[in-house]
Every structure is written in structure tokens, then in C-alpha cells.
Design a protein around this ligand. Structure first.
Ligand SMILES: *Cc1c(COP(=O)(O)O)cnc(C)c1O
Length: 441
């Protein structure tokens, strides 16, 4: 009999380690703060939210921060603030959560997807540049699964072509790119702060920028009650009603949680970073597995949201990533799930669906007749092949040498005995996920 737990052997990890993965960490001060807001009868006010915005802007290192009720709303506001509209194109990676780009359709814009690099899983700057047309208005940069994107190259390309750059920081709060915080490098950043993310405040999102006009446009779009803050004359003339027709105000229970979370996030992030790097150090040189870590010493992964590893099946006799992950999970190691976000460019919403009833698919509804930016199978080879090359890993929130070493040893056990798994490998193709599942580790 094989030593592997999946094949009837003993489990490498028999203990319950859930305390190392619990998230978010709730403190008595947070609980007290929530009760105070709840009892104050001011859940829909903006006093706590404004305090949160000031604290967040200071932490992020931008002039302005505007709180939103979701990251999705903050990203849409950022798109409109950048001038994305009817007939324009937004370039986005296809391997991301849908809220990086789908909202663009509601502005009458089209989404053009660029391929990713297999090592970083972030947008390939060369591919991005080649997809620019005279209709391109903005680029959505996603620091995917906490890996900072190649901002130097992306900004140079964007500046050369006069494009706005929006950073989606939903996976990478606090991560550094060559010593600078992501979210301060493009024209505007927007991010989710929902409870599964590494900076978790409940449902919520925030938009950050140093550009006063972009900030005021985001106010105009979805914060009618704060139009008094708008100074630009041209925007003031029709203020008072939200131009987007949206109400994006943050719930003050989220804001108070946010105030406490920002205070402790740097400390939590440092412990996560130390733990995750230690985990990968234990697996250095193990066949089949590569870490997904920055190579530049000044670049970090912040809170390591939805962290992944790179899988090289060819080094493990062709063992499929799904079978490999199943075997690791059987050893008692959580978090190992094959694949990542499903490519967006092949979804029917990007091909056939006429959301607004105009008689053309919404993905191309406002492009000039004869222009079709829809991308079929084969158009983004790296994105289309990525599911078999990545897997989730445990997201350690607390540093404990022995616990991390035990997890890594369990992974190495599967690698050492991988040959036992080859014969029964059903090679189940990995579908990818349209939403990242809410996992506990
Ligand atoms: C979570 C997420 C969003 C959306 O944020 P919500 O707060 O859930 O609306 C946007 N982009 C990415 C990359 C995300 O992971």
C-alpha cells in the first residue's frame, strides 16, 4: 500500500490547524466600535466614513480616498472618472475576478482582454501594447493574487499612448512594487475591502487617487449627498443628482471596522508575509512546484490574498494538478485547490448577450460597424492554459515555524510519492472559477 493518505496511508497532518487560518481577526475594540455606531443611530451617516477615508488615504499614501459600498462600485466609478464611455475600449486581463472589467459594459464601452505572463500571472505588457487601438481609453491593471504587476512597463506604454491607468488592488492591499505601494502608481486605484480579502472590513470598497478631478468625478457619479465637496465649476453646474444614478455610500458599520483594520493591518500583513515566505522557503527546489513570488527585493505581496503556486506537471511524470491537489488535501493540508479565476474572454456574456436590448451583443454594441473585438478560443493562449498550471496554497495568518514546516512536509510527501498517483489519475480538466470560493485556509 502507498504511504499516501489518498491511497489508504496515514495522514501527514492529523491535527486541527484552523486557528492559523481564521480571518479576519476580530478584536474587542472592533466589537466595541461596531456597537457604538449601531447604538448611535447613525449607520447611514458619513462621519465615521470620512474618518476612515482620511486614515486610509494616509495609510495608502494618496491625497484622496473615497469609500464605496463595494469594490465593484468603486471600480466602476474609477472607470467613469477616467472618461471611459460609449464606444471606448478598456484593456483588462482575462484572468481576474469579473469586477475588474464587466462594469465597463454598463458605460457602453467594450472590454479588450490582454494575455498574462505564465510566471507572474499578471498582464503581459507587450501583449497589452499590441491591443491598443484608437478607441482605447484606459487600462485596468490587476495585481493578481497579490503579485504586483510590471508597473514601470505598463505606465510607460500608457503614457506613450495617452491612456489612463486604473489599478485594481483588491488582491494586493499594502503590497510594494519596487518600494512603492501598489495603488499609488496609476492614475487611480480602486479595491474591494469585502470580508474575504486581506484588508477586510465587511462589504466595502475604496477609490484612491492623487488627482482632484478624478476624485470629484467619482463623487459626482455616486455620492450625491457629498456634491458640496466638488470645486470644479464645470462639474458643479449639474451637481445634486448622481450622474451615474448610483448610490455608492459605505455602510458605517463597515467604516468603523475599517478604522480598526487599517490600524492593525501592517502588523498582520508582516506576519502573513513572514509565514508565507517561510512556507515557500521549505518547498524551495521541490520538483513540480514553483513559488509565485516577486524576484525584485523591493517588491512584496502585501497580505498574500488568494495565494497561488505554479505547477509543473512535466516534472512529476505528467500528474494532473487536480490529482496532485486532491492528494495534498487528503494529507490534511487545506487550501490546495487546482486552477484560478476562469478566463473571462470566452464567457457568453462577452460574445452573444444583448444586455440592453439594442440588437447587438453588449460586448461590441457601440463599436463602429465592422469592428469586432470579441476574442474566441486561441486568442489568449497563456490565459487559456493557466488552469492546469496553478493551484491555491494555505493562507497562513500566524507565524509558527513548526506548523508551517509540518504543512510543507506534507506537501513534500505527496511529491516524493507522486508516482503512486499516476495510474489512477483521471486527469480531470480544471474549469477555473468565476468567483473565488470563500475558503477558510
Ligand atoms: C473582490 C474583487 C473585486 C470586487 O469587489 P467587491 O467588493 O466584491 O465588489 C474586484 N476585483 C477583484 C480582482 C476582486 O477580487
Amino acid at each position: 500500500m502507498s504511504k499516501l493518505a489518498l491511497l489508504g496511508g496515514d495522514k501527514a497532518l492529523a491535527q486541527d490547524y484552523s486557528e492559523f487560518f481564521n480571518w479576519p481577526i476580530v478584536t474587542p475594540e472592533m466589537e466595541q466600535g461596531v456597537l457604538e455606531v449601531l447604538r448611535s443611530g447613525n449607520m447611514s451617516g458619513t462621519d465615521i466614513t470620512r474618518q476612515f477615508e482620511r486614515k486610509f488615504a494616509q495609510w495608502q499614501g494618496t491625497e484622496y480616498a473615497l469609500a464605496h459600498n463595494t469594490g465593484t462600485a468603486a471600480l466602476l466609478a474609477a472607470m467613469w472618472a477616467c472618461g471611459l464611455g460609449h464606444g471606448d475600449e478598456l484593456i483588462s486581463p482575462s484572468i481576474t475576478y469579473w469586477a475588474s472589467c464587466i462594469q465597463a459594459l454598463s458605460l457602453g464601452a467594450s472590454v479588450v482582454f490582454a494575455d498574462i505572463l505564465p510566471e507572474t500571472l499578471n498582464v503581459d505588457p507587450d501583449d497589452l501594447e499590441q491591443r491598443i487601438t484608437e478607441r482605447t481609453k484606459a487600462v485596468m491593471v490587476v495585481h493578481y493574487v497579490a503579485m504586483p504587476a510590471d508597473m514601470d512597463r505598463i505606465m510607460a506604454i500608457a503614457r506613450k499612448h495617452g491612456l489612463k491607468v486604473i489599478e485594481d488592488v483588491s488582491h494586493a492591499h499594502g503590497a510594494l512594487y519596487k518600494g512603492q505601494k501598489v495603488g499609488t502608481l496609476g492614475d487611480v486605484a480602486a479595491m474591494s475591502l469585502m470580508s474575504g480579502k486581506s484588508l477586510a472590513i465587511g462589504e466595502g470598497g475604496i477609490l484612491c487617487t492623487n488627482d482632484r478631478t478624478l476624485y470629484e468625478r467619482a463623487l459626482l457619479w455616486g455620492h450625491y449627498a457629498r456634491h458640496g465637496e466638488i470645486e470644479t465649476e464645470e462639474l458643479r453646474q449639474a451637481a445634486g443628482l448622481p450622474w451615474g444614478g448610483y448610490k455608492n455610500r459605505m455602510h458605517q458599520l463597515s467604516s468603523i471596522v475599517g478604522l480598526h483594520q487599517v490600524d492593525k493591518y501592517d502588523k498582520e500583513m508582516a506576519e502573513i508575509d513572514r509565514s508565507m515566505n517561510y512556507f515557500w522557503d521549505q518547498l524551495d527546489g521541490v520538483p513540480g512546484l514553483d513559488s509565485h513570488r516577486p524576484t525584485d527585493p523591493g517588491t512584496t505581496k502585501g497580505g498574500w490574498y488568494a495565494c497561488k503556486g505554479i505547477y509543473k506537471s512535466e516534472e512529476l511524470g505528467g500528474l494532473s494538478v487536480s490529482r496532485f491537489c486532491e492528494a495534498v488535501r487528503a494529507e490534511g493540508v487545506g487550501g490546495f485547490s487546482p486552477g484560478c479565476n476562469k478566463a473571462l474572454h470566452l464567457h457568453p456574456l462577452m460574445h452573444t448577450v444583448d444586455i440592453y436590448g439594442v440588437g447587438r451583443p453588449s460586448s461590441i454594441a457601440n463599436l463602429p460597424i465592422g469592428v469586432d473585438c470579441r476574442q474566441g478560443p486561441g486568442s489568449l493562449p497563456v490565459s487559456e492554459a493557466v488552469q492546469e498550471r496553478v493551484y491555491g496554497i494555505p493562507w497562513f495568518k500566524r507565524f509558527d515555524k513548526e506548523v508551517i514546516e509540518a504543512h510543507a512536509a506534507a506537501v513534500r510527501k505527496v511529491v516524493e510519492h507522486h508516482a503512486d498517483l499516476l495510474s489512477g489519475d483521471p486527469r480531470t480538466p480544471v474549469e477555473g472559477k468565476l468567483g473565488l470560493s470563500r475558503r477558510r485556509s
